[in-house]
Design a protein around this ligand. Sequence first.
Ligand code: HEC
Length: 214
Amino acid sequence: MVKKILYFTVILVGLLFVVSCDNASKKQEVAKQETKVIKEEIKKDGLTEEVKSDFLKKGMFIAKSSGKTLKSKLTAAVDKGGLQNGINTCNKIAQKMMDSLAVVYDAKIKRTSLKIRNKKDKPDQNELSVLSEYSKIIKNGEKPKPQVKELASGKVRFYAPIIIEKVCLNCHGKIGENVKPQNYDVIKKHYPNDEAIDYKEGDLRGIWSITFNK
Ligand code: HEC
């Protein structure tokens, strides 16, 4: 256990360097090595509670740091060039950030939803069942928790809920009420089949789905 905490700390530190963009490749190599060690342990012992909790921590870190970066970059872009600038830059920044985290963790990072904006984010069967599980929990007034599951392929996947906050309503709320019609025109131009509107604060917007290769 102590060893695993140590591995995890090394990964975190490695990642912080990557996120700050300096000296990235050497630190990435360290993080990759440590991830490999955890993976080898899974091969040996299967998905034990201890290994699950390692992946839970890694997943939480990826989801939290991606979410934070997305939010701050989005706010900065909106401040600089208005909401339409936010819409235009959001996609590019989000993708870059998630790509670099994906390399470090050897993982596929995805956000998905029952109502999608980008068709690349379409949920698979496993994600659909987690989405409906989390929706029910929220309907009952409870808080859905992050979880780790093993897929049929043997890969390990982390899930966590994404909840609508006030700021999200600018682009995911009701048109004419929260979303300005001229802004929605820009969204529609990029995403003609957009479904991701009519949300209220506290709604389940979707989930993080992070699949670790092994
Ligand atoms: C400035 C407009 C804007 C704001 C504000 C915004 N989003 Fe989005 N959101 C978008 C766009 C554009 C996409 C499509 C991104 C892409 O193509 O990858 C998107 C995609 C998503 C997705 C991926 C699933 C899908 O439907 O494709 C999630 C989840 C999401 N947003 C959640 C949120 C949450 C939570 C907030 C508030 C914290 C938020 N968004 C605020 C514009 C916005």
